[in-house]
Design a protein around this ligand. Sequence first.
Ligand code: AMP
Ligand code: MG
Length: 392
Amino acid sequence: MAEALSLEEAQARLLALAPVFPPETIPTEQALGRYLAEDVHAARTQPPADLSAMDGYALCGDGPWQKVGESRAGAPFEAALRPGQCVRISTGAHVPEGADRVLLQEDAAVSGGQVSTTEVPSRGRHIRPRGFDFAAGVRVLQQGTAMTAARIALAIAAGRPALAAARAVRVAILDTGDELAADPLACAVHQIPASNGAMLSAMLTPLGCEVIRLGPVSDDHAKLAQALTQAEGADILITSGGASVGDHDLVQAALGRWGAEIAFWKVAIKPGKPMMVATRANQLVIGLPGNPVSCFVTAFLFALPVVRASMGAREALPLRYRLVTGEDLPPVGPRREFLRAMNDGGIARLVGSQDSSALMALAEANCLIDRTAGSPALPKGSDVWGYLLHIG
Ligand code: AMP
Ligand code: MG
């Protein structure tokens, strides 16, 4: 078998295999986590008129001002103001014609129908001019953008109750191993609870894809074959475990019998070396190692990016950030390393055990320090690259 690939080469080869699907129209409100398959242009102007940013008085000319009415949000004052006149105005209400500034309620002295102040606002003060957020016709969101809560609000405000997004990718997850118990409460001493399936499902669900859970399945040719028939409808199949070359690592052989062809295997990273990619007609298969931390790291670096790419993401790979190591780091061997760490204000310290099975450390970590293969030891205070895991 060929040499292990570098991370970049493996990611590039995998992303080139990402299945692509035609877009579908979805309600904007259900677009959280989905990627836009179109540039979104505003169908309206926001704000649609000059609006007050504060509660107070909309003024015309020099004071004192005679109060001639009220403009409320949703109930504008219809007439034009003449110099020396004002209206009571609330936040979000139309600024009447003739008014060119808003006096804060707390700066106003009101006596009878007369308003005066010692704090005359400058021209345009506390007015949000028509179209200052966006004008009809401008592009408010770019194709390939991930829809967030704020972008859903923006699309709705721009008059777009529905959007084009690549269709939700169907991802099947199959965890394998004779020692895996499906029920953590019914786990014999020779067993461990199958945790990778739940972990992968939780990693994938926020991407808006459809997750199909298969397994856990034991290391048995017939059972693996049967599970694979259930993955027929999936666009992407993610397996975990059985990917090495032990006597009981049957996943590659089972995938071969199912009709999948290996595209590449082994990446020079730690943890996660036995990562495998295969294709079968329009289906993509990603074989992740079984150790939970290896499974997490390879899912983070490979499975999630390819699902994002299939769902139309412009930026499919996770972003790397500059961090500072809070402790001395040992030299790195021939494989690029991803260390579990806690980032506190840009200072990252290793957490717990760096063993590829250590879930306590993985669960505590909020970042992965990314160390290049062959790097020398680094003293505390050095700059390092890291990936943020966005946990609370
Ligand atoms: P394998 O890749 O099958 O050689 O598995 C490597 C290690 O990961 C073994 O210690 C397995 O018990 C463990 N493992 C495999 N699959 C899972 C899973 N779904 N949940 C938790 N641990 C697993
Ligand atoms: Mg196994």
